[in-house]
Design a protein around this ligand. Structure first.
Ligand code: ATP
Ligand code: MG
Length: 419
């Protein structure tokens, strides 16, 4: 992609009320635009990152047996009355149309997926079954000062599992925990994302959250020194040891919940009468689990955790482009532009998504923008690099680049991309 053709430009200013670091950087670099508090547009660069995150999540959810669907946002009021959440859920957006009919804008989808599953699940032979979606949620968040970490409209992956009994739910729950660990590792947050014991509500002792350690987080967690499992402050006023291994040394950190897993059991199957017949024809409630991940939140967490003074630092797995070719023109020669075009063409042919800074601006500005945007590898083509027999290649967090011959560039880039 030619940077001169990119829909967005980097910005010097961000809206004055925007206080979060993730949103400031994402807005400046042209990944998102803020429409109103808690509501963001994902621009070409931002959407590329979001899609990469979505594809990693899809891959792991498909492996865990999930089948992808897409449910609507506009929900009938009756479904929300059935579960008693029409009046009890504080953050539910309710809308009325001109015929006075009321709807909810979906904040989550148990009220839709359970009656949906009822049409296809009747017998023990239909179980277990797993569906998920990646879809926009709406929640009337009171505080929306955390940028894309806390949207009022935000993208979530929600996965729902249907089982014959609690043993089967327990089995699949472990499959999901493993899938979640894989996801957080693959997006570059593995080391600082902790499986965290949280409150299970009235129907389960615990639920689990995946908490990423960052000062931008709104939760406080206590991380076990020996097994790295954590406990959410909300349940441990009295708890002084790790529920996983009994470890007594716990470290307190601020963190953001990037995902969670919940044993719903029959909480939602009962109100909708979702039941199945066993091999003797006897009825039982279907046992459910639900599992969420916020995609925008995950993107924001990556920015919060990895960005440095100069800008965003994307892990290769979610970066909008693999390489950023920067052409540094000089008055003396037209060779540079030709050499840069050649490198851009070569990288594109070899399958590397490349952003090519072909703009007529000075080198300082180009380098500052490249740092701000945060593509993992910068490839500078200049008079100097040509004289030295190649291009100057530099990792986003490296202080200095090195000259490499263009034949070696592909090898080195492949290594970076597969890290
Ligand atoms: P929180 O305690 O942060 O409000 P939650 O418990 O309400 O989160 P869930 O209902 O479990 O969140 O939603 C599943 C996932 O969706 C969360 O783990 C998080 O990653 C994401 N998420 C929740 N609320 C938001 C939001 N307002 N903006 C962006 N992502 C969100
Ligand atoms: Mg919430």
């Amino acid at each position: 992609m030619l940077q001169s053709q990119l829909f967005t430009k980097t910005r010097k200013e961000v809206p004055s009320e925007e206080v979060s670091r993730n949103a400031k950087l994402l807005i400046k670099a042209g990944f998102v635009d803020k429409l109103q508090a808690g509501v963001y547009t994902y621009l070409p660069l931002g959407l590329r990152v979001l899609e990469k995150i979505a594809n990693i999540i899809r891959d792991e959810m498909n492996r865990a047996g999930g089948q992808e669907i897409l449910m609507p946002s506009l929900h009938p009021k009756e479904n929300w009355e059935k579960t008693d959440r029409w009046n009890t859920m504080d953050d539910l957006y309710k809308i009325v149309d001109s015929s006075k009919k009321e709807f909810a804008l979906g904040p989550t989808h148990e009220e839709i997926v359970v009656p949906l599953a009822k049409q296809f699940i009747a017998s023990y032979r239909d179980l277990p079954m797993y569906v998920y979606q990646i879809q926009n949620k709406f929640r009337m968040e009171l505080r929306s000062k955390s940028g894309v970490l806390r949207g009022r409209e935000f993208l979530m992956k929600d996965f729902y599992s249907f089982h014959a009994d609690e043993e089967d739910l327990d089995r699949h729950y472990e499959v999901m925990i493993t899938a979640y660990k894989n996801i957080f590792k693959r997006v570059g947050l593995g080391d600082i994302t902790h499986l965290t014991f949280a409150s299970g509500g009235s129907f389960s002792k615990y639920s689990h959250e995946f908490q990423t350690v960052t000062g931008a987080g709104e939760d406080t967690i206590h991380i076990c020194d020996s097994c790295s499992t954590a406990i959410n402050e909300e349940i441990i006023a009295e708890q002084k040891e790790c529920p996983e291994c009994g470890g007594k040394k716990l470290k307190t950190e601020k963190a953001i919940e990037v995902g969670n897993t919940f044993k719903l059991k029959n909480k939602f199957s009962d109100p909708f009468g979702l039941a199945y017949k066993d091999s003797e024809g006897k009825d039982h409630p279907v046992i459910m689990g639900c599992y969420g991940i916020g995609l925008g939140r995950l993107m924001g967490a990556i920015v919060e955790v990895l960005a440095d003074k100069a800008g965003i630092v994307w892990p290769a797995s979610v970066a909008p482009f693999a390489a950023h070719v920067v052409e540094v023109k000089s008055a003396e020669s037209a060779n540079v532009a030709m050499a840069a075009q050649e490198i851009y063409g070569m990288l594109s042919r070899e399958g590397f998504d490349t952003l090519y800074d072909d703009r007529n601006v000075n080198a300082g500005e180009k380098f500052a923008d490249a740092d701000l945007i945060g593509i993992p590898t910068r490839v500078v083509v200049s008079e100097k690099s040509i004289r030295a027999g190649g291009v100057e290649m530099k990792g986003r967090t490296e202080l200095a680049g090195m000259i490499v011959q263009k034949e070696k560039l592909i090898d080195l880039l492949s290594k970076n991309t597969n890290q």
